[in-house]
Design a protein around this ligand. Sequence first.
Ligand SMILES: [Zn+2]
Length: 365
Amino acid sequence: MTEGSAVVSDLAAWQTATPLAALDWRSDHWPQLLPWQEAAAASMLAGGRAAWPQSLLVTGVPGIGKMIFAVNIARALLCEAPQPVGLACGTCPSCHYVAAGQHPDLRLVEPFGPDDDDAEAVTLKALDHIPIKHIRELIAWANLTSHRGGAKVAIIAPAERLHPAAANALLKTLEEPVAGTHLMLISARPGTLLPTIRSRCPRLAVPLPSATRATVWLEEHGAADPGPLLAQAGGAPLAALAAQDVQAERAVWLAALGRPRTLAVVDLAARIERADKAERKAVLARVIDWLIAWVGDLARVAAGGEPKRNPDHASALRPLAAAVAPTALFRYHRCLLGQRDLVTHTLAPRLVAEMLLIRYRELFR
Ligand SMILES: [Zn+2]
């Protein structure tokens, strides 16, 4: 694979793998900064590009647009005629190369690799990890001279999926960065990264919009009832938009969680296998997110508060919160978080769901 084609396929993989299809893409398919990100990006770029850190950890909850933010920062750092506020001009040759996924000085490093089972068509499949091979290629690329004479930018996402060997290899580059090269690590779970990586990267928290602004944005993107969607997504607008498509499935799972004594564990968990095999880990991740939100609400209601993530199920949550022991609930919450971190390595998503549902049912015995 040549240098240029690796960049193209990486960006193509990102564009197909990122659940942003519902967003308004411009005709050149470039993901514009979200409206509430513009001021933040401009203020961060105001110090001048020379002051931009060589390594950066871009964090924030899932579904707030970390990748959109990062690729726009990358485009700005590579732009040959930036706007006075530091953002990309959108029209120079460099901006065009970035939008076309062909900028030789931009690299996206992600858990995708060639699909060896499909040798005829050149396709990519999702890997459990970002393998060390990708980081070795990144290091070789970082040591090349810039093709267009400016900066070079690499985005590593999601950083928590770096294989331990890949993380260690990356560490050396973070310790001795190559002049003119900027690395951006994207992570929704920075706590799971190696402490040595965290300590070498200044942290940039991608801003979350106010509820009002997010509601307006969701309405503009066709959400009929943004309030509950935004609550479910913990205020993250892109996650709220994606949640729209799974409301019917969520209703089935939450109805079952509302009646733990009659919960049909095997039948409910089997719903995961209605999805294509390649999608099942993602479905399990969504189910675990629903469980985490549900259990968090149980704890809130048990403490005398109101449900934050599932306000539409308040009447089901109240009697359950009164019946559950706080320590057992806390332990179960810990178990859910652990499984959420392991979800990409899960071999049998349905069995994990069964185990989690059995443990849920036991909370009410
Ligand atoms: Zn430009």
